[in-house]
Write a protein that binds this ligand. Structure first.
Ligand SMILES: Cc1cc2nc3c(=O)[nH]c(=O)nc-3n(C[C@H](O)[C@H](O)[C@H](O)COP(=O)(O)OP(=O)(O)OC[C@H]3O[C@@H](n4cnc5c(N)ncnc54)[C@H](O)[C@@H]3O)c2cc1C
Length: 444
């Protein structure tokens, strides 16, 4: 039986292990961390995530979607919090369409539990990958506890070891391997809005809350225990920045001025601000994602992106579903399968990486803007009337399976059309008119 090593038991590795197990391969999963099912998860590290259609499709293929849905909270739209506390809701898609807030740890553990049910899957925890011999396919691990060196020689390697992948690091040393890593000037810090004493949520639980403030923003996603995980996206340096906030007074003065309506909801704000880590935001691009018929990279290992489209995990899960579809009529030619997969996914990984950066500007700055809201209203009208002709970019990315690169290209074309339409000085008065509608249709 073909021996497969999955290196990294995060979200993508655990899901991929299930899909490979279903095909009957002998799957050895190696994970640097201890088994998260037996240890307390650390606070302040991306506690929840937005799961959307691309992710659900892959989870369904693995047969785990229903289980995940039990604890997923639908968020039907954004809820914008203005500085004066005014709330403006904005639906994400059509009636009933939602993105779902899920617990990262819960999702990872459910996937591991399911993978464990297959006799042909075996997890190896505390094993940090240190090297791969590209000629023999031999992997070398260091046991985190005993420091012992362990080797394993599989037929194929799935590198799912995240943004700082050891497998990719080895490929970076091969000839003609392209790699780039770009950090934003912003980092993030997680904070908490706890539940009411009766376990209910303090603010609307079916929205993704945003406090857009131009150069920076805070968002909040609901958890099933009634709390919200807030994430402050903030510059590392400058006037308002992680660097400039040094004391308790600084924290309170900044939050009271900038996020005044949130402060009464966050009793542990100051402690959490100083205790929770500040983490960077990186985009990683590389090519090729495969090494002959031996190694394939998936998830953040090949395309780590910033979180502003809520698509990092979703795109990694889509890697799994696309690989699954491509291997349906597999004829045993691994080199062909790996290459086809890598060639197909690479442009899509690049596209969602670029879209995620663009969406940061939209989320932190434009969502509060009148003309942006009017733009969205016009697009919504078009989508409702002519769904086959116009789908807003957000819906293409979040509620469809259109390849990201196609969505990006279509989105750019639509943006140009909207720029022309919005340049009309009377647009506010006549946005709903036949004239505007015909004008747009003539430009498509
Ligand atoms: C603040 C924040 C918010 C986010 N929000 C969203 C969101 O709302 N929606 C969304 O879709 N995505 C979101 N993401 C992105 C998402 O977290 C990632 O895309 C996703 O976790 C990628 O999964 P992965 O399995 O590829 O990598 P990871 O989840 O990073 O898993 C990699 C695994 O490999 C292990 N590992 C690493 N190195 C080694 C080694 N040398 N040997 C063995 N094991 C190793 C790690 O311990 C880890 O378990 C967010 C990210 C951040 C930072």
């Amino acid at each position: 039986m073909e021996k497969i090593a999955v290196v990294g038991a995060g979200l993508v590795g655990s899901l991929q292990a299930i899909l490979l197990a279903k095909k009957g391969y002998q799957v050895e999963v190696f994970e640097r961390r201890p088994d998260m099912r037996n240890v307390k998860l650390s606070a302040g590290r991306s506690i929840n995530l937005a799961l959307s259609d691309r992710g659900w499709k892959a989870l369904k293929m693995a047969g785990v979607d229903e289980k995940i849905k039990e604890t997923a909270i639908p968020m039907y739209g954004r809820m914008m919090h203005a500085e004066d506390g005014t709330l403006t809701p904005q639906a994400y898609g059509k009636e009933g369409q939602a993105i779902y807030s899920v617990s990262r740890g819960g999702l990872n553990q459910t996937l591991m539990n399911l993978a464990d049910q297959y006799e042909n899957v075996h997890f190896n925890f505390n094993k940090a990958c240190k090297d791969v011999n590209l000629e023999t396919n031999q992997l070398t691990f260091s046991d985190i506890e005993t420091k012992e060196r362990i080797t394993y020689q599989p037929d194929r390697i799935f590198g799912t070891d995240g943004a700082f992948s050891a497998i990719r690091a080895r490929l970076q040393k091969t000839s003609r391997f392209n790699y780039s890593q770009t950090y934003l000037k912003h980092g993030y810090k997680e904070l908490c809005i706890p539940a009411n004493s009766d376990g209910t949520h303090q603010i609307d639980k079916n929205s993704l809350h945003i406090w857009p403030r131009g150069e920076f923003m805070m968002i909040a996603l609901p958890n099933i225990d009634g709390s919200f995980t807030c994430t402050l996206f903030f510059p590392f340096e400058g006037k308002n920045s992680f660097e400039s906030i040094k004391t308790e007074e600084d924290v309170l003065s900044f939050f009271n001025t900038t996020f005044a309506d949130a402060v009464p909801l966050m009793p542990d704000l100051v402690t959490e601000y100083f205790e929770n880590p500040t983490a960077p935001l990186v985009t990683v691009k590389c090519e090729p994602w495969n090494y002959s018929d031996k190694i394939i990279l998936m998830g953040d290992a090949s395309h780590a992106i910033v979180p502003f489209y809520g698509q990092g995990m979703n795109s990694g899960f889509e890697d799994c579903s696309v690989f699954e579809e491509m291997s349906t009529n597999f004829d045993g030619d691994w080199a062909k399968l790996f290459k086809e997969f890598a060639d197909e996914r690479k442009p899509n990984g690049d596209a969602i990486a670029d879209l995620a950066i663009q969406n940061f500007i939209e989320m932190r700055d434009k969502v509060a803007d009148e003309s942006f809201l009017l733009r969205k209203k016009i697009e919504k009208k078009l989508f409702t009337k002519y769904p086959e002709k116009w789908m807003p970019l957000y819906s293409q990315v979040t509620f469809s399976h259109i390849p990201y690169a196609t969505a990006n290209a279509k989105g750019k074309k639509q943006e140009k059309i909207m720029d022309t339409v919005m340049a009309d000085p009377e647009i506010e008065k006549k946005w709903d008119s036949d004239e505007i509608e015909h004008h747009i249709l003539s430009l498509i």
